[in-house]
Design a protein around this ligand. Structure first.
Ligand code: SF4
Length: 368
């Protein structure tokens, strides 16, 4: 059974109703029970759980240290291109945003790599818009061949691809693919993606299945918080993760929680999520799932990131530029969104150490 078939059995409104009607008793049961179900997860993300933030944080910290030790992995995004043939209402790279487009050539790419290496990174996340005519599988193959010798971990956040295309990239050293559903609310998804290949909700929803079939080492899921009710969207993310872990059990998984950020063009979030609510969500995911990696980007503020390091987060970016060429080639080109935490990777590493944690620059070695 594909995830789409699982997903089609659920009603957004019923799930939402069920989350909002959870009681304090159900939250307490979810906190103390040995083996948790998705109903327990609903209780942990419900409004009723807001009063249990402290015990949730303590449990999340304990479970994270049990599985991951006191470590935080460091990664950095490398934007390859801002070309995009989609319209997304929340993104600076949207086709209808009249800005200069660029895609890094080989020379520019290596200039960016040199700066990233100087910062100390060994794990890079390649990011592009979705422009199949210019930024396609052959381009990715060339990029992977060029940069793989410089990094021990290469992740990618680009347009969803077919299974055979992922199968062509994995042998070239692609370790991880991130694909965010943005929102699991079908009608709202259509409103935010009116034009381009991304408007195909089902194709995006089935991407993790294609990645699982291709045998990817790790994949990342998430939604864009602010587009729809975050609690309901987070339930569907957990449902998706649950299905994937059972179906593609050899793959590792990570989750991210991007909140809508200012960008060139501006979309106000439909739903505001407070810092306390984001902490609740991070803890809920950890309590529900001891294995999943939880990642935090520079979208979040300094204060918030400082606080989250010991709560359940296992990977963090620092010093990020969200424009192609942002590190060396063209620092002034268009950003996808504004970052919030401007501190350098060295400052973040120092901060992590000051909290008794170890910053990890290299996750794993394929040939060890
Ligand atoms: S979110 Fe992705 S697909 Fe949408 S406009 Fe931005 S870069 Fe393009």
């Amino acid at each position: 059974m594909s995830f789409k078939e699982v997903f089609d059995q659920y009603s957004w409104d019923e799930v939402r109703e069920s989350i909002y009607s959870k009681t304090a008793g159900e939250v307490e049961k979810a906190l103390f029970v040995q083996k948790r179900t998705l109903e327990d997860f609903k209780a942990l993300i419900s409004p009723a759980a807001a009063a249990y933030l402290e015990p949730m944080a303590q449990l999340s910290r304990k479970l994270t240290q049990k599985r991951f030790g006191k470590t935080v992995q460091m990664y950095i995004p490398l934007y390859l291109s801002n070309e995009c043939t989609n319209i997304c209402t929340y993104c600076g790279f949207s086709l209808d945003n009249k800005v200069r487009r660029r895609t890094l050539n080989d020379k520019e790419l290596l200039e960016e790599v040199a700066v990233i290496k100087e910062l100390g990174y060994d794990h890079v996340l390649l990011v592009t818009g979705e422009a199949n005519q210019t930024v396609h599988v052959d381009y990715f193959k060339r990029v992977l061949t060029l940069i793989r010798p410089h990094f021990s971990m290469v992740s990618m956040e680009v347009q969803p691809l077919d299974t055979n295309e992922y199968q062509e990239l994995i042998p070239l050293g692609l370790n991880t693919v991130l694909v965010y559903q943005e929102t699991y609310h079908r009608e709202d998804y259509r409103k935010h993606h009116p034009k381009g290949k991304k408007s195909n909700f089902n194709y995006r929803l089935e991407t993790p299945d294609r990645l699982g079939k291709a045998g990817i080492h790790k994949m990342g899921l998430g939604v864009l918080i602010g587009l729809e009710d975050w609690r309901t969207d987070s339930f569907f993310t957990a449902l998706h993760l649950n299905y994937l872990e059972k179906t593609y059990w050899q793959t590792r998984y990570s989750l991210s929680f991007p909140r809508l950020r200012p960008f060139s063009g501006g979309l106000e979030p439909k739903v505001e999520m407070t810092d306390r609510e984001l902490v609740q969500l991070i803890c809920a995911y950890r309590i529900m799932n001891e294995e999943v990696e939880l990642s935090l980007s520079t979208r979040e503020s300094e204060k918030f990131r400082d606080h989250c390091i010991s709560l359940g987060i296992t990977s963090i970016s620092a010093g990020s530029k969200t424009n192609p060429g942002g590190y060396a080639v063209a620092p002034e080109s268009l950003e996808q969104f504004e970052i919030s935490d401007e501190r350098t990777p060295a400052q973040i590493a120092t901060l992590i150490r000051s909290k008794g944690y170890e910053p990890v620059w290299k996750d794993w070695g394929r040939f060890l």
